[in-house]
Design a binder for this molecule. Structure first.
Ligand code: PLP
Length: 453
């Protein structure tokens, strides 16, 4: 017999420590316990259905219980669930590597597997650092990474070192390695006295200055291409990524594209880098790689990076890095099925349609007294709610506007997860139009429930 909701809730509250969650408050709120999924809905232990408006935290692609993905897992599990890539190869990881290389920007021919976004970033950082060592750089000085203001690249210590979100990262400051920060080219809140144009020029000048003054010490430049997700969906102006590529190429700095969130269709192209014709030196993939089914990540490298790791065993050029579940066969099998479904179901055409629906919906908020800013890239949409529009003044944090909107959403049968007071609409790339419209109607109602209360 299945445990009851009360039993599950007691076990959850007593023993499960939830990520990014103030646990004292959590214990006092009744949070749905998800036990099933169906298409783009998740279903709780009392049988209530919720439209998944967060793509299960930005990773779901084709919905839940997708026939081809489920089938791929069943077939794989009848063969084997896991074997190691240390000294052995496996079928699904080889086939997936070939399929990924065909789809990512041309030149990223080598796939290093890991488990999640943070580990994909760690691998990229170590690859970039060691790459310079093999080319004769002094490891005690060629050790700086450049990152953007308000960057987010995951929660392991290396990834947190690249982090620029004070609420998440400041407390760990004394554990971290040093980085160079370039200002994020996001124009909603510019420094006092600077117009958007002046601020963007300032960003560009700083970018060039920091790279030209420090390039001898820089091991890599890490960027979330087009959209900085966890910062609250900061959308970069067109041309910024291309400019970063030009400058990093000029100064011989490996460019690490963190496509963990933006990859797999969210920005309107399969990968965000495509939109600016950029080929990074290293590219990190995770969240949507398995369609949102299993933890699996990949760090892709160019021939140039990879070649620096070749040589006699005695030359110790090996990349001494790996994880127990690297190249997990179930994960790779479902990732392959997910890639194929992009083709068979023309998922990118669906993304294009949904991009327009989101744009039209957002338009009606343009004059709303509490909508300070609307940011959209593809099917990523953020409404930044403010107390006073003309001053861009935030609501007091103690009002927890975003949190209350998310709770109001539950009552209206949707899952949305704002970042502070930025309401985020994050439909999965495969979400059909009727579900999307239902999600938008309910989101609008949840916003009104809180702001008119
Ligand atoms: C989520 C995220 C990560 C971390 O991925 P995990 O799988 O949570 O470790 C890294 N970079 C970006 C841009 C992300 O959004």
């Amino acid at each position: 017999m299945l445990p009851t909701t009360d039993q599950l809730r007691e076990w959850d509250v007593s023993h499960v420590w939830h990520p990014f969650t103030p646990m004292q408050e959590y214990a006092q709120e009744e949070t749905p316990i998800i036990v099933a999924g169906d298409g783009f809905e998740v279903i709780d232990s009392d049988g209530r259905r919720y439209l998944d408006g967060t793509s299960s935290l930005w990773c779901n692609v084709h919905g839940h219980r997708v026939p081809e993905l489920d089938q791929a897992l069943r077939e794989q599990i009848d063969r084997i669930a896991h074997s190691t890539l240390l000294g052995l190869a496996n079928g699904p990881s080889a086939e997936l590597a070939k399929e990924l290389v065909q789809r990512v920007p041309a030149g990223l021919n080598h796939v290093f597997y890991s488990d999640d976004g943070a580990t994909a970033i760690e691998a990229a950082l170590k690859m970039a650092f060691q790459f310079h060592c093999h080319r004769g750089a002094d490891p005690t000085t060629k050790n700086l990474f450049v990152r953007l203001g308000e960057a987010y690249h995951g929660d392991t210590i290396g990834a947190v070192s690249l982090g620029g979100i004070p609420a998440f990262h400041r407390v760990f400051g004394s554990l971290l390695f040093r980085t160079l920060e370039v200002p994020a080219p996001s124009t909603y809140r510019t420094p006092a006295g600077m117009s958007s144009e002046e601020y963007l020029r300032h960003c560009d000048t700083e970018l060039e200055r920091i790279l030209s003054e420090n390039h001898e010490r820089i091991a890599g430049f890490v960027i979330e291409p087009l959209v900085q997700g966890a910062a609250g969906m900061l959308v970069h102006p067109p041309g910024y990524l291309r400019r970063v590529r030009e400058l990093t190429a000029r100064f011989g700095i490996p460019l690490i594209a963190d496509e963990v969130f933006v990859g797999f269709g969210r920005t309107g192209t399969l990968f965000a880098c495509e939109q600016e014709g950029v080929v990074p030196d290293l590219m990190c993939l995770a969240k949507g790689l398995t369609g949102g089914y299993l933890p699996l990540a990949a760090t892709l490298a160019t021939d140039e990076i990879y070649a620096a790791f070749l040589g006699d065993r005695a030359a110790r050029r090996t990349f001494f890095h790996g994880h127990t579940y690297t190249g997990n066969q179930l994960g790779c099998a479902v990732a392959l099925a997910s890639l194929r479904r992009f083709d068979s179901h023309r998922v990118m055409e669906n993304v294009a349609r949904n991009t327009l629906i989101l744009r039209n919906w957002a338009e009606q908020f343009r004059k709303h007294p509490h909508v300070g800013d609307i940011r959209q890239c593809g099917i990523i949409l953020a409404l930044e709610l403010v107390q006073d529009r003309s001053q861009q003044q935030r609501f007091p944090a103690s009002q927890r506007i975003g949190h209350h909107i998310s709770r109001a959403g539950l009552k209206r049968g949707i899952i949305i997860r704002p970042i502070d007071d930025v309401v985020i609409v994050m439909p999965a790339p495969g979400m059909p139009q009727d579900d999307l419209i239902r999600l938008l109607d309910a989101t609008e109602s949840a916003v009104q429930d809180v702001l008119q209360a």
